[in-house]
Write a protein of this length. Structure first.
Length: 299
Protein backbone atom coordinates (compact mmCIF):
# COMPACT_ATOMS: atom_id res chain seq x y z
CA UNK A 1 0.00 0.00 0.00
CA UNK A 2 1.29 3.45 -0.92
CA UNK A 3 2.16 5.95 1.80
CA UNK A 4 -0.69 8.22 2.82
CA UNK A 5 -1.31 11.01 0.32
CA UNK A 6 -3.04 14.35 0.59
CA UNK A 7 -4.84 16.11 -2.21
CA UNK A 8 -2.11 18.76 -2.19
CA UNK A 9 0.83 16.34 -2.53
CA UNK A 10 -0.74 13.22 -4.04
CA UNK A 11 2.58 11.65 -5.04
CA UNK A 12 4.87 13.05 -2.35
CA UNK A 13 7.23 16.01 -2.68
CA UNK A 14 10.65 14.71 -3.79
CA UNK A 15 10.23 12.25 -6.64
CA UNK A 16 13.06 10.91 -8.77
CA UNK A 17 12.48 9.77 -12.33
CA UNK A 18 14.48 6.59 -11.90
CA UNK A 19 16.79 5.08 -14.49
CA UNK A 20 16.21 1.46 -15.44
CA UNK A 21 19.27 -0.61 -14.53
CA UNK A 22 20.52 -3.08 -17.11
CA UNK A 23 23.11 -5.84 -16.86
CA UNK A 24 26.31 -5.74 -18.91
CA UNK A 25 24.57 -7.50 -21.81
CA UNK A 26 21.68 -5.03 -21.81
CA UNK A 27 19.12 -7.21 -20.03
CA UNK A 28 16.77 -5.82 -17.40
CA UNK A 29 18.41 -5.87 -13.96
CA UNK A 30 15.54 -6.27 -11.52
CA UNK A 31 17.79 -6.88 -8.54
CA UNK A 32 19.68 -3.71 -9.39
CA UNK A 33 16.40 -1.82 -9.75
CA UNK A 34 15.35 -2.86 -6.27
CA UNK A 35 18.70 -1.88 -4.80
CA UNK A 36 18.65 1.47 -6.57
CA UNK A 37 15.05 2.17 -5.53
CA UNK A 38 15.91 1.37 -1.92
CA UNK A 39 18.93 3.69 -2.05
CA UNK A 40 16.85 6.52 -3.51
CA UNK A 41 14.13 6.23 -0.88
CA UNK A 42 16.71 5.95 1.90
CA UNK A 43 18.26 9.17 0.54
CA UNK A 44 15.07 11.21 0.89
CA UNK A 45 12.78 10.49 -2.04
CA UNK A 46 9.17 9.85 -1.09
CA UNK A 47 8.23 8.99 -4.66
CA UNK A 48 9.74 7.32 -7.71
CA UNK A 49 8.72 7.40 -11.35
CA UNK A 50 9.58 4.21 -13.21
CA UNK A 51 9.28 3.65 -16.95
CA UNK A 52 9.61 7.33 -17.75
CA UNK A 53 11.93 8.77 -20.37
CA UNK A 54 14.79 8.66 -17.86
CA UNK A 55 13.88 4.99 -17.44
CA UNK A 56 14.43 4.45 -21.20
CA UNK A 57 10.78 3.64 -21.75
CA UNK A 58 11.08 3.92 -25.56
CA UNK A 59 13.35 0.85 -25.59
CA UNK A 60 11.86 -1.39 -22.89
CA UNK A 61 9.16 -3.90 -23.68
CA UNK A 62 5.69 -3.91 -22.16
CA UNK A 63 6.60 -7.03 -20.18
CA UNK A 64 9.79 -5.40 -18.87
CA UNK A 65 7.81 -2.35 -17.82
CA UNK A 66 5.37 -4.46 -15.80
CA UNK A 67 8.20 -6.46 -14.23
CA UNK A 68 9.99 -3.26 -13.24
CA UNK A 69 6.90 -1.79 -11.57
CA UNK A 70 6.35 -5.02 -9.68
CA UNK A 71 9.97 -5.15 -8.48
CA UNK A 72 10.10 -1.53 -7.33
CA UNK A 73 6.76 -1.77 -5.53
CA UNK A 74 8.03 -4.88 -3.75
CA UNK A 75 11.20 -3.06 -2.70
CA UNK A 76 9.87 0.33 -1.56
CA UNK A 77 6.12 0.43 -2.11
CA UNK A 78 5.39 0.66 1.61
CA UNK A 79 7.63 3.75 1.94
CA UNK A 80 7.26 5.68 -1.30
CA UNK A 81 4.77 6.39 -4.05
CA UNK A 82 5.61 4.33 -7.13
CA UNK A 83 4.35 6.11 -10.25
CA UNK A 84 4.44 4.25 -13.55
CA UNK A 85 5.08 6.05 -16.81
CA UNK A 86 2.48 4.79 -19.29
CA UNK A 87 2.35 7.59 -21.86
CA UNK A 88 2.85 6.89 -25.55
CA UNK A 89 1.63 8.51 -28.76
CA UNK A 90 -0.96 5.73 -29.18
CA UNK A 91 -3.93 6.04 -26.82
CA UNK A 92 -4.82 2.36 -27.02
CA UNK A 93 -1.27 1.37 -26.13
CA UNK A 94 -1.25 3.83 -23.23
CA UNK A 95 -4.50 2.33 -21.92
CA UNK A 96 -2.93 -1.14 -22.10
CA UNK A 97 0.18 0.03 -20.23
CA UNK A 98 -1.98 1.76 -17.62
CA UNK A 99 -3.88 -1.43 -16.91
CA UNK A 100 -0.68 -3.45 -16.79
CA UNK A 101 0.86 -0.97 -14.35
CA UNK A 102 -2.22 -1.10 -12.13
CA UNK A 103 -2.09 -4.90 -12.11
CA UNK A 104 1.60 -4.74 -11.19
CA UNK A 105 0.83 -2.61 -8.13
CA UNK A 106 1.65 0.95 -9.22
CA UNK A 107 0.28 3.70 -6.98
CA UNK A 108 -0.20 6.22 -9.78
CA UNK A 109 0.35 6.91 -13.46
CA UNK A 110 2.46 9.46 -15.35
CA UNK A 111 1.01 10.21 -18.79
CA UNK A 112 3.08 12.32 -21.15
CA UNK A 113 1.69 14.43 -23.98
CA UNK A 114 1.53 12.26 -27.13
CA UNK A 115 4.69 12.98 -29.07
CA UNK A 116 5.49 13.29 -32.77
CA UNK A 117 1.91 13.04 -34.08
CA UNK A 118 1.10 16.55 -32.70
CA UNK A 119 -2.62 16.18 -31.85
CA UNK A 120 -4.82 19.27 -31.38
CA UNK A 121 -5.98 20.27 -27.91
CA UNK A 122 -9.18 18.23 -28.19
CA UNK A 123 -7.09 15.19 -29.05
CA UNK A 124 -4.93 15.81 -25.97
CA UNK A 125 -8.02 16.10 -23.81
CA UNK A 126 -9.50 12.86 -25.10
CA UNK A 127 -6.17 11.04 -24.83
CA UNK A 128 -5.58 11.96 -21.19
CA UNK A 129 -9.15 11.33 -20.08
CA UNK A 130 -9.31 7.99 -21.89
CA UNK A 131 -6.17 6.81 -20.09
CA UNK A 132 -7.48 8.15 -16.78
CA UNK A 133 -10.72 6.22 -17.32
CA UNK A 134 -8.81 2.96 -17.80
CA UNK A 135 -7.90 2.37 -14.12
CA UNK A 136 -8.74 3.65 -10.66
CA UNK A 137 -5.24 5.12 -10.18
CA UNK A 138 -4.51 8.84 -9.79
CA UNK A 139 -2.88 10.43 -12.84
CA UNK A 140 -0.13 12.99 -13.25
CA UNK A 141 -0.07 14.45 -16.73
CA UNK A 142 3.29 15.50 -18.16
CA UNK A 143 3.59 18.66 -20.20
CA UNK A 144 6.91 18.75 -22.07
CA UNK A 145 6.51 20.49 -25.44
CA UNK A 146 10.24 20.35 -26.13
CA UNK A 147 9.91 16.59 -26.59
CA UNK A 148 6.27 16.23 -27.59
CA UNK A 149 6.03 19.18 -29.97
CA UNK A 150 2.69 20.28 -28.49
CA UNK A 151 2.08 22.28 -25.28
CA UNK A 152 -1.00 21.63 -23.18
CA UNK A 153 -2.89 24.90 -23.16
CA UNK A 154 -4.14 26.29 -19.84
CA UNK A 155 -7.74 25.92 -20.99
CA UNK A 156 -7.13 22.25 -21.70
CA UNK A 157 -5.50 21.87 -18.28
CA UNK A 158 -8.61 23.34 -16.70
CA UNK A 159 -10.82 20.82 -18.49
CA UNK A 160 -8.52 17.94 -17.55
CA UNK A 161 -8.56 19.00 -13.90
CA UNK A 162 -12.30 18.29 -13.82
CA UNK A 163 -11.57 14.56 -14.19
CA UNK A 164 -11.62 12.98 -10.71
CA UNK A 165 -8.44 10.97 -11.29
CA UNK A 166 -6.34 13.62 -13.01
CA UNK A 167 -4.79 15.23 -9.95
CA UNK A 168 -1.36 16.59 -10.91
CA UNK A 169 0.85 17.96 -13.65
CA UNK A 170 4.57 17.55 -14.21
CA UNK A 171 5.65 20.86 -15.72
CA UNK A 172 8.59 20.85 -18.12
CA UNK A 173 7.28 23.73 -20.21
CA UNK A 174 9.75 26.26 -18.85
CA UNK A 175 7.19 29.07 -18.75
CA UNK A 176 6.66 30.52 -15.28
CA UNK A 177 3.91 32.83 -16.48
CA UNK A 178 1.80 30.02 -17.88
CA UNK A 179 2.56 27.91 -14.83
CA UNK A 180 1.33 30.71 -12.57
CA UNK A 181 -1.98 30.92 -14.38
CA UNK A 182 -2.43 27.15 -14.53
CA UNK A 183 -1.66 26.66 -10.84
CA UNK A 184 -4.12 29.41 -9.96
CA UNK A 185 -6.94 28.16 -12.17
CA UNK A 186 -6.76 24.37 -12.29
CA UNK A 187 -6.28 23.22 -8.70
CA UNK A 188 -3.90 20.53 -9.92
CA UNK A 189 -0.93 19.58 -7.75
CA UNK A 190 1.98 21.12 -9.65
CA UNK A 191 5.35 19.35 -9.86
CA UNK A 192 8.51 20.80 -11.35
CA UNK A 193 9.83 18.67 -14.20
CA UNK A 194 12.89 20.87 -14.79
CA UNK A 195 15.50 20.77 -12.03
CA UNK A 196 16.85 24.24 -12.75
CA UNK A 197 13.33 25.62 -12.14
CA UNK A 198 12.55 23.66 -8.96
CA UNK A 199 12.74 26.71 -6.70
CA UNK A 200 11.13 29.18 -9.13
CA UNK A 201 8.18 26.84 -9.63
CA UNK A 202 7.76 26.49 -5.86
CA UNK A 203 7.43 30.27 -5.76
CA UNK A 204 4.37 30.16 -8.04
CA UNK A 205 2.66 27.27 -6.28
CA UNK A 206 4.38 23.98 -7.13
CA UNK A 207 4.24 21.33 -4.40
CA UNK A 208 7.21 19.16 -5.36
CA UNK A 209 9.68 17.93 -7.94
CA UNK A 210 9.94 15.08 -10.42
CA UNK A 211 13.70 15.20 -10.66
CA UNK A 212 16.63 13.74 -12.53
CA UNK A 213 19.24 15.07 -10.11
CA UNK A 214 17.36 13.37 -7.26
CA UNK A 215 19.54 10.37 -8.08
CA UNK A 216 22.50 12.17 -6.52
CA UNK A 217 21.21 15.04 -4.34
CA UNK A 218 17.91 13.87 -2.88
CA UNK A 219 18.81 15.00 0.68
CA UNK A 220 19.53 18.51 -0.61
CA UNK A 221 16.28 18.61 -2.58
CA UNK A 222 14.43 17.51 0.53
CA UNK A 223 16.11 20.26 2.55
CA UNK A 224 15.34 22.82 -0.16
CA UNK A 225 11.63 22.10 -0.24
CA UNK A 226 11.33 21.72 3.53
CA UNK A 227 13.02 25.10 3.95
CA UNK A 228 10.73 26.74 1.44
CA UNK A 229 7.56 25.24 2.91
CA UNK A 230 8.58 26.30 6.42
CA UNK A 231 9.12 29.88 5.22
CA UNK A 232 12.92 29.95 5.15
CA UNK A 233 13.24 31.17 1.58
CA UNK A 234 16.79 32.42 2.19
CA UNK A 235 17.98 28.91 3.05
CA UNK A 236 16.06 27.42 0.12
CA UNK A 237 17.77 29.90 -2.18
CA UNK A 238 21.20 29.05 -0.76
CA UNK A 239 20.61 25.35 -1.43
CA UNK A 240 19.36 26.10 -4.94
CA UNK A 241 22.47 28.13 -5.70
CA UNK A 242 24.76 25.46 -4.27
CA UNK A 243 23.15 22.91 -6.57
CA UNK A 244 23.49 24.97 -9.76
CA UNK A 245 26.60 23.02 -10.92
CA UNK A 246 24.70 19.76 -10.41
CA UNK A 247 21.67 20.99 -12.34
CA UNK A 248 23.96 22.10 -15.16
CA UNK A 249 26.19 19.05 -15.18
CA UNK A 250 23.43 16.47 -15.15
CA UNK A 251 21.79 18.13 -18.15
CA UNK A 252 24.82 18.84 -20.36
CA UNK A 253 23.74 15.83 -22.40
CA UNK A 254 20.79 13.45 -22.29
CA UNK A 255 19.88 12.88 -18.63
CA UNK A 256 19.88 9.09 -18.75
CA UNK A 257 23.52 9.13 -19.81
CA UNK A 258 24.71 11.40 -17.03
CA UNK A 259 22.67 9.62 -14.36
CA UNK A 260 24.06 6.22 -15.31
CA UNK A 261 27.58 7.66 -15.33
CA UNK A 262 26.99 9.15 -11.89
CA UNK A 263 25.57 5.85 -10.62
CA UNK A 264 28.68 4.06 -11.84
CA UNK A 265 30.92 6.59 -10.08
CA UNK A 266 29.06 5.95 -6.82
CA UNK A 267 29.02 2.16 -7.20
CA UNK A 268 25.24 2.03 -7.67
CA UNK A 269 23.25 -0.04 -10.18
CA UNK A 270 22.74 1.48 -13.59
CA UNK A 271 24.62 -0.37 -16.26
CA UNK A 272 24.66 0.50 -19.95
CA UNK A 273 22.05 2.30 -22.02
CA UNK A 274 20.19 0.86 -24.98
CA UNK A 275 20.56 2.18 -28.50
CA UNK A 276 19.93 4.72 -29.91
CA UNK A 277 21.40 6.12 -26.67
CA UNK A 278 25.13 5.69 -26.16
CA UNK A 279 27.34 6.04 -23.11
CA UNK A 280 29.15 9.24 -22.21
CA UNK A 281 32.71 9.79 -23.39
CA UNK A 282 35.71 9.98 -21.07
CA UNK A 283 35.76 13.74 -21.54
CA UNK A 284 32.05 14.01 -20.68
CA UNK A 285 32.56 11.78 -17.65
CA UNK A 286 35.34 13.99 -16.34
CA UNK A 287 33.28 17.14 -16.88
CA UNK A 288 30.37 15.52 -15.03
CA UNK A 289 32.67 14.65 -12.15
CA UNK A 290 33.83 18.26 -11.91
CA UNK A 291 30.24 19.52 -11.98
CA UNK A 292 29.07 17.13 -9.27
CA UNK A 293 32.02 17.84 -6.98
CA UNK A 294 31.44 21.59 -7.45
CA UNK A 295 27.89 21.02 -6.23
CA UNK A 296 28.99 19.12 -3.16
CA UNK A 297 28.37 15.57 -4.34
CA UNK A 298 30.72 12.98 -2.83
CA UNK A 299 32.18 10.63 -5.45
Amino acid sequence: MAPTSTSRTPFGRVITAMVTPFTADGSLDLDGAQRLATHLVDSGNDGLVVNGTTGESPTTTDAEKADLVRAVVEAVGDRAHVVAGVGTNDTRHSVHLAREAASAGAHGLLVVTPYYNKPPQEGLYQHFTTVADATELPVMIYDIPGRSGVPINTGTMMRLAEHPRIVANKDAKGDLGRASWAVATTGLAWYSGDDMLNLPLLSVGAVGFVSVVGHVVAPELRSLIDSFVSGDVVKATEIHQKLLPVFTGMHRTQGVLTVKAAMAAQGLPGGPVRLPLVGVTEEETEQLRRDLVAGGVQL
